[in-house]
Design a protein around this ligand. Structure first.
Ligand SMILES: Cc1cc2nc3c(=O)[nH]c(=O)nc-3n(C[C@H](O)[C@H](O)[C@H](O)COP(=O)(O)OP(=O)(O)OC[C@H]3O[C@@H](n4cnc5c(N)ncnc54)[C@H](O)[C@@H]3O)c2cc1C
Length: 538
C-alpha cells in the first residue's frame, strides 16, 4: 500500500471524487482520499427511486443536520440531510442533471474580478469542464459532451401525470423545453438524469470505481477528518479517526478540502481558520482570522402545492405488494419500467410575474401526495400529485457555526429560511401560480381536489410556508471565493484559502452565489477545475 501521498483530498463527494480521480489519472499523482461515509454500493442507492425509501426511513448513508430553530418557520428545526457515503450528495440525490444558467457563472466572474492572478469563472470558462465530465446519451453539441464518464440520460419511464403537468404548463403559456441545459432554461419539460439504464451514476461510480485497483489512489472510508495541520501558514497534513484510532498523515503537496458546504467550514474552524472571535469562544487557537468561514450560507427553499387525484395515477403504492413485485420483475427481466426513474421526471423553470425575464422558480412534478406524515394522516393517503416549487435565487442568508471544539459534534446550521421578506413574497407568488397549474387542463381533469394550500390569501400562504418550507438540499457558499479586498472572502479565485499555502476548498462551499438550479453538476465542475488548478494547467 502507498504510504506517502502527493495530495490529500478530504471528502469523497461530488466535487472530491472528481478532483481526486483527475489528480491520479491526468496528474499521475499519488492521492489519499479520506471519506467519512460508507461504501457506495447498495441496491437502494443504485436504483433511482430507492433513495427516497432511505430518506423517509432514515439510513446510515445520510448525515442529517437539524438546523437551529428557524425564526421565520415558527421556530421549527429544518432537517438537512447530506450524503454520508462515497460519492456524497451524488450517491443519495434525486439525480436531476441541471447546471444552472450561464448568467450564474457570469455573476461569479463579476464577483471575483479584482484578483491579481484570477482565472475566469464566466460561462465560457466553465462550460468546457461541464462538457469534459458529461457522457450525454442524447445530446452531443456545443453545449454538451458525449464522451465523459458521467452518464446523463433521459428518464427510463415517464408517468402520465408528468406529461399532464408539462401540458398544463404549456396551456399556461410556457414553452416546451427539450433541454434545461440547452439554449434557454425557461419552460416545461423532462429532466435528464445522472443514471444509466436504471443504475445511478454517482461520482463514486463514474470517477472512483475505475481507479479502485490503481495503486496511485488510496481510498479510506469511514475516515473522519478532524482537522488540518498547519505549520508556518502551510497546510502539511490532516488528523483523522477511523475504527482503529486517530491517525496523522502528511503531504508535501496540496490538501483539497471537499467535505461539503456544511462540514467544510467546521473543519476549517477546527483547524484554526475562521472568525477569530468565534474560534476564541471555543478555545481554538487562531491560525488565520477568516471572518467569512461559515458565513454566506444559501440554500434553495422548497414548498409544495398538493392535490388528490381522481383516479389511479402516479406512484402511490407502486413500492408495495404486487406492484412492487411487478415493477421489480419488469426491471430485472427487461431493464425498464418505474424502477428506472426517480419519479420526478417532469419539471419547469418559470417566472410567474414576468414570463420573459429569467426564471425565478423551478418546480418538480411529484406524482404522489407529497406531505409530511402529520398532514398526510389528517388528509388521508391516496393517489395524488404534488408540485414542489423551489426558489431559484433566494435572498435569505444563513450561517454555519461551531457547536463546540469537539470534532464529533455536528455544527450549528442556520439557513435562515425566508428571513428576507422578498423570499416569502416570491413563495406566495409561486404558490398561486402552481395552484393555477393544478386547475389547468389536462392536469385539472385528473385532480379531485387540492388539499394544500387551501387559503390563498397572503396570510394563508404565509402560514403554509411557515409549516411546510424545507430544504431542496442545496446548501452552498460557506467558504466562498471572493475578490481581493472582500473581507468575507475565504478563498481567492483559484480556490486557495487566503493566507495559507497548500490548501484549497473544492465543494459547494466555495461558490460566491447560489446557482439557479440543482447543484450536483456544478459541484463536479468545481472538482474538475480544482484538479486543473492543482496540476497547474489552469
Ligand atoms: C437528498 C438530496 C437530493 C438531491 N437531489 C439533487 C438532484 O436531483 N440534482 C442535483 O443536481 N443535486 C441534488 N442534490 C444536491 C447535490 O447532490 C449536492 O449539492 C452535491 O452533491 C454537493 O457536492 P459537494 O461535493 O459540495 O458535497 P458532498 O457531495 O456532500 O460531499 C462531501 C463529502 O464529504 C464527506 N465528509 C464530510 N465530513 C467529512 C469529514 N470530516 N471527513 C471526511 N469526509 C467528510 C461526506 O461524507 C461527503 O461524502 C441533492 C442532495 C441531497 C442530499
Amino acid at each position: 500500500m502507498v504510504d506517502s501521498f502527493d495530495h490529500i483530498v478530504i471528502g469523497g463527494g461530488s466535487a472530491g471524487c472528481v478532483a481526486a480521480s483527475r489528480l491520479v489519472e491526468d496528474g499521475g499523482a499519488r492521492v489519499l482520499l479520506l471519506e467519512a461515509g460508507h461504501h457506495h454500493r447498495h441496491p437502494l442507492l443504485d436504483m433511482p427511486p430507492g433513495v427516497f425509501k432511505l430518506l423517509k426511513n432514515g439510513s446510515k448513508f445520510f448525515k442529517t443536520h437539524q438546523s437551529v430553530p428557524q425564526e421565520h418557520l415558527k421556530g421549527r428545526r429544518a432537517d438537512i440531510p447530506q450524503g454520508n457515503v462515497l460519492g456524497g450528495g451524488s450517491s443519495v440525490n434525486g439525480q436531476a442533471y441541471v447546471r444552472g444558467r450561464p448568467a450564474d457563472y457570469d455573476e461569479w466572474h463579476e464577483i471575483l474580478r479584482g484578483n491579481n492572478d484570477a482565472i475566469g469563472w464566466d460561462w465560457d470558462q466553465v462550460l468546457p469542464h461541464f462538457k469534459r465530465l458529461e457522457g450525454n446519451q442524447k445530446f452531443n453539441d456545443d453545449l454538451h459532451g458525449a464522451d465523459g464518464k458521467l452518464v446523463v440520460s433521459d428518464p427510463g419511464y415517464i408517468d402520465d401525470m408528468a406529461r399532464w403537468f408539462v401540458q398544463a404548463l404549456q396551456a399556461q403559456g410556457e414553452p416546451f423545453n427539450p433541454d434545461f441545459n440547452g439554449k434557454t432554461q425557461r419552460g416545461a419539460g423532462f429532466f435528464q438524469f445522472t443514471y444509466n439504464k436504471g443504475q445511478r451514476v454517482s461520482a463514486a461510480y463514474a470517477f472512483i470505481e475505475p481507479l479502485m485497483k490503481d495503486p496511485r489512489l488510496t481510498l479510506r472510508l469511514e475516515a473522519q477528518v478532524q482537522r488540518i495541520l498547519i505549520e508556518n501558514n502551510r497546510a502539511v497534513g490532516v488528523v483523522y479517526t477511523d475504527k482503529t484510532g486517530t491517525h496523522e498523515v502528511r503531504t508535501e503537496g496540496e490538501i483539497v478540502l471537499s467535505a461539503g458546504a456544511l462540514m467544510t467550514p467546521k473543519i476549517l474552524m477546527l483547524s484554526g481558520l475562521g472568525p477569530a472571535d468565534h474560534l476564541a469562544e471555543h478555545g481554538i487557537d487562531v491560525v488565520q482570522d477568516l471572518p467569512g468561514v461559515g458565513q454566506n450560507l444559501k440554500d434553495h427553499p422548497d414548498v409544495s402545492v398538493v392535490a388528490r387525484a381522481n383516479g389511479p395515477y402516479g406512484y402511490w403504492k407502486q413500492d408495495r405488494g404486487w406492484n412492487m413485485i411487478r415493477n421489480g420483475l419488469e426491471f430485472k427481466l427487461f431493464g425498464r419500467g418505474r424502477i428506472t426513474t426517480t419519479g420526478l421526471e417532469a419539471a419547469c423553470f418559470v417566472n410567474p410575474t414576468d414570463p420573459e425575464a429569467p426564471p425565478t422558480h423551478e418546480a418538480y412534478c411529484i406524482p404522489v401526495l407529497y406531505l409530511d406524515d402529520e398532514t398526510l394522516k389528517k388528509v388521508g393517503d391516496g393517489y395524488g400529485v404534488s408540485i414542489q416549487m423551489v426558489l431559484l435565487k433566494p435572498h435569505s442568508v444563513g450561517e454555519v457555526r461551531l457547536a463546540s471544539a469537539n470534532p464529533a459534534d455536528m455544527p450549528l446550521v442556520n439557513p435562515n429560511f425566508l428571513k428576507d421578506p422578498r423570499d416569502m413574497e416570491a413563495m406566495r407568488v409561486g404558490l398561486r401560480y402552481f395552484h393555477k397549474t393544478l386547475q389547468t387542463r389536462p392536469l385539472a381533469d385528473k385532480v379531485a381536489e387540492i388539499v394544500a394550500p387551501l387559503d390563498l390569501s397572503d396570510e394563508g400562504l404565509t402560514e403554509h410556508c411557515k409549516r411546510m418550507v424545507k430544504t431542496n438540499y442545496h446548501p452552498v457558499g460557506t467558504a466562498k471565493m471572493g475578490a481581493d479586498g472582500d473581507p468575507m472572502a475565504v478563498l481567492d479565485a483559484r480556490m486557495r484559502v487566503r493566507g495559507i499555502t497548500g490548501l484549497r476548498v473544492c465543494d459547494m462551499s466555495a461558490v460566491p452565489e447560489i446557482p439557479a438550479g440543482n447543484t450536483n453538476a456544478p459541484a463536479m465542475m468545481l472538482g474538475d477545475r480544482c484538479a486543473d488548478l492543482v496540476m497547474g494547467v489552469l
